[in-house]
Ligand binder design. Structure first.
Ligand SMILES: [Ca+2]
Ligand SMILES: [Ca+2]
Length: 235
């Protein structure tokens, strides 16, 4: 009897330690309470957080403006309302008053449906372009189930570079290298920005169930066009 009692006493601290460890490792819902950004919405896009698993669109980064929902190197939108003139169309004028630079894939004159694509992108796909190191944008997401998710990225990259992703204010990935899609055999210089590719499983992040805010950082090189991340449960 005495020996049994001793064994029980020594087992209890180990059991308590196990509970403590489990609590620390369990995904926490730690959406930043002081975050002032909100999910994007407009007349065509009903809004609400983008859903994971699912396609998370970069051009639907959060509302809230410079310093809250994004940081961009210059206040002008170099795509919407500039490269794509303000002609009253939804795509040309998409978020044209905001600093994040946005364009969309065009299937005329072999712009984005060119023979140098590694992957054919969807037509009229909105994307964040004119990226520079130091820029970032936030995307509020709703995660169905806590767990580890990987994501495939649709992108172009003129000279290679790195990005990273924060989850609820904390770096979740470290630097993520993006291989260049430059192809010297393309005779049209500006089209180096339009060689599309998909990087499978570019990242793997642990996400709590419910609402989280992702921050996409441009770390090095820039000159990347970022269209979307396809999130799925990690295999
Ligand atoms: Ca800009
Ligand atoms: Ca920019």
């Amino acid at each position: 009897m005495k020996r049994t009692a001793v064994r029980t006493r020594s087992f209890l601290p180990a059991l308590l330690a196990l509970f403590t460890t489990t609590a620390i490792c369990a995904p926490q819902t730690n959406y930043p309470k002081d975050y002032k950004g909100t999910p994007y919405h407009d007349s065509r896009h009903p809004g609400g957080p983008q859903k994971i698993p699912g396609r998370v669109e970069c051009a639907y980064y959060d509302l809230g403006g410079e310093g809250v929902a994004y940081h961009d190197a210059d206040a002008r939108n170099n795509g919407s309302g500039a490269l794509n003139p303000a002609d009253g169309t939804y795509l040309n004028q998409f978020r044209m008053e905001e600093a994040v630079d946005i364009s969309y894939t065009k299937f005329h004159d072999q712009i984005d449906n060119n023979p140098y694509n590694l992957v054919q992108p969807p037509e009229n796909q909105l994307y964040v372009g004119w990226t520079e190191p130091g820029e970032w944008f936030n995307i509020t997401v709703q995660v169905a189930h806590a767990g580890t998710y990987s994501a495939d990225l649709l992108y172009t990259s003129n000279r290679g570079g790195t990005i990273s992703m924060d989850v609820n204010g904390k770096d979740a990935t470290g630097p993520l290298p993006i291989a260049s899609t430059f192809n010297a055999s393309d005779p049209i210089a500006w089209r180096q920005w339009h060689h599309w590719n998909v990087k499978p499983d570019i990242l793997s992040v642990r996400l709590p169930a419910g609402k989280s805010v992702l921050i996409v950082h441009i770390l090095t090189e820039g000159n990347m066009n970022l269209a979307y991340f396809d999130f799925k449960p990690a295999r």
